[in-house]
Each structure stands twice: as structure tokens, then as C-alpha cells.
Ligand binder design. Structure first.
Ligand code: CP
Ligand code: NVA
Length: 301
């Protein structure tokens, strides 16, 4: 493992090893308090963040390392100077780059022109750190993640893609339930289906909520992702039938609820469900730090 741009570059064993390391770090933080001593990691944000920024910052601190935060006021990467020069400079000072970017191509440029590991902390296509934290959370409730049935409900997006790819590699069943015209990227779905064929997993895309009856976990995200200027109210009518609410949990018999956050309460998810006993949403946010720390330690050790 040299970078983490997408989970599709990882094997099943590598993902299981990351989850096991994350659990070990969560159980015994003191043991890892100097694991990244002397290491400096630049974290770059072209888009807003609460969870990702803070969990990387505090997470790196908890491993004895140093995080340097570069925000959007420096402009998109490649604007003030080329991606090539940007990556070459940072590689002379830092031990790794974590980047949240508009375009996946920027991450590929950082890998091509830099000489330190690059971690994707969200781009237009993927959110691998999120999906690893999500499966870490699932693994705290389901001993064998390959037997889990996960339903993602809402806009087909970066989060959907990473969940499908991770589930496919692990051998789980992942179904994306999206309104017509809002399905995940067809090419990525095809890749996930091919990976599922190898692992014994299953990947489905549907617009029908009846297809996820008896699933284990339901997963929500915003109906409009960062960078898309469509007002939420404009898509409300289309998405409202897909709201994650108590009636849907009863209708499907689903046991656990995830949402990557930020959440729009009473739109894609009701407060009753988000704050209810089936919700693992804040465990999931907590687990971002452990999943990411496992990634950083694996890349830098
Ligand atoms: N889930 C997630 O990535 O949250 P932030 O956008 O707040 O980092
Ligand atoms: N799909 C969302 C995820 C936010 C964490 C977005 O890209 O804005």
C-alpha cells in the first residue's frame, strides 16, 4: 500500500488488516502514542470539512505526529502554482499528504509528481476514509462483514462509490437505492460488480425501496453533494420518498442506521432515527479517526 486514492486499490486482506489495526488502536491508544513521532503530514482542503479535518488533526496528534492544515483560501491546488511544483515542494518537507479535492485528477497529479504517500480525504468520485470507518463501525456489530447486507439510500455519489467498492472487495452485499437519474457512476458500479464476483459479494442498483427488505444496515448522505449548487429544496420532492425515517425502518426491518454526515435533519433523515437507538451515526464519526490512523500508520511505518 503506497497511497490511498480509492479502496479499489486494496485487497480484501489489506482492508481487513486496516480494520484490525484500527480496532487495536481504539482499544489501546497508549500503545500507539508515539507511532508517528517525528512525522509531519500536510492536510489540504479545497472543500469544507468538520469530521475529516478534526479527526485527521487530532488523530495525528494522538500518534505523536504533526499535522499541517492548508485551507481553501490558498485556492484550488494547481492555481497558484502547478500541481507538479506543489507536490514536489511538499514532498521535500512532509512525510505524507492528505487531500480533499474537487477532482480525482488532482490526487493523481499529487501521486505522480510527489514522492510521499497521498491519502484521498474526499474527491468527486470517492471517499475511501469514510468507507473504511463505516465498515469498521459495521464490524463492531457484525462479526463477519462479508455476510452484511448494506443499503445506501439517496444520491449516487462519492460515498456510494466507496461503499460499493469496499463492500464488493469484502464480499458483502451492497445495494444503492437512488431516485431515477441519480444512480451512481455506471463505470464504478461495473468495477464493483466485477470485484464482487471475485469475493462472492453482491452489488445492486435500484430505485425501489422494497428491494432492501431485511437488510442489516441502511445508510444516508446529503441529497446534494459539495460543489453542486442545486438548492436542496429543489430536489426535495424527488428525494422525499427516500427519506430514512421510522416508517422505512419498520417497513424494511433494517436494524442499524449509518449516515456519513453532515446531515440535513428532517430531509434525508429524521431526527427520530438519527438520535434513535438503531443509529450508529456518532460511533461512525468517532471511528473516522481510528480508520484514518490505521491508514497513516500502514503507509508510514
Ligand atoms: N463525513 C465527512 O467527511 O464529514 P466532513 O465533510 O465534515 O469532513
Ligand atoms: N457526498 C457528500 C459527502 C460529504 C461527506 C459530499 O461530497 O458532499
Amino acid at each position: 500500500m503506497e497511497n490511498l486514492l480509492s479502496v479499489k486499490d486494496l485487497s480484501k486482506q489489506q482492508i481487513l488488516d486496516l480494520l484490525a489495526l484500527a480496532k487495536a488502536m481504539k482499544a489501546n491508544p497508549a500503545e500507539y502514542s508515539q507511532a508517528l513521532a517525528g512525522k509531519s503530514i500536510v492536510t489540504i482542503y479545497e472543500k469544507p470539512s468538520l469530521r475529516t479535518r478534526i479527526t485527521f488533526d487530532i488523530g495525528i496528534h494522538k500518534l505523536g505526529g504533526h499535522a499541517v492544515y492548508l485551507d481553501a483560501q490558498n485556492g484550488a491546488i494547481g492555481e497558484r502554482e502547478t500541481v507538479k511544483d506543489f507536490a514536489a515542494n511538499i514532498s521535500r518537507w512532509a512525510d505524507a499528504i492528505v487531500a480533499r479535492v474537487e477532482s480525482h485528477k488532482t490526487l493523481e497529479g499529487l501521486v505522480e509528481h510527489g514522492s510521499v504517500p497521498v491519502v484521498n480525504s474526499l474527491c468527486d468520485l470517492y471517499h475511501p476514509c469514510q468507507a473504511l470507518a463505516d465498515f469498521l463501525t459495521i464490524s463492531e456489530h457484525y462479526e463477519d462483514v462479508s455476510k452484511v447486507k448494506l443499503a445506501y439510500v439517496g444520491e449516487g455519489n462519492n460515498v456510494t462509490h466507496s461503499l460499493m467498492l469496499t463492500g464488493a472487495i469484502l464480499g458483502a452485499e451492497v445495494t444503492a437505492v437512488c431516485p431515477l437519474g441519480r444512480s451512481p457512476d455506471a463505470q464504478i458500479v461495473k468495477q464493483a460488480m466485477a470485484l464482487a464476483e471475485i469475493s462472492g459479494g453482491k452489488i445492486n442498483v435500484t430505485d425501489n425501496l422494497d428491494d432492501i427488505v431485511d437488510y442489516d444496515v441502511i445508510y444516508g448522505d446529503t441529497w446534494v453533494s459539495m460543489g453542486d449548487d442545486t438548492p436542496l429544496q429543489q430536489v426535495k420532492e424527488k428525494y422525499m420518498p427516500y427519506q430514512i425515517n421510522k416508517a422505512l425502518l419498520i417497513r424494511t426491518g433494517i436494524k442499524h442506521v449509518l449516515h456519513c454526515q453532515p446531515a440535513h435533519r428532517e430531509l434525508e433523515i429524521t431526527s427520530e432515527v438519527m438520535d434513535g437507538e438503531q443509529s450508529l451515526i456518532f460511533d461512525q464519526a468517532e471511528n473516522r479517526m481510528y480508520a484514518q490512523n490505521a491508514v497513516l500508520l500502514t503507509l508510514l511505518k
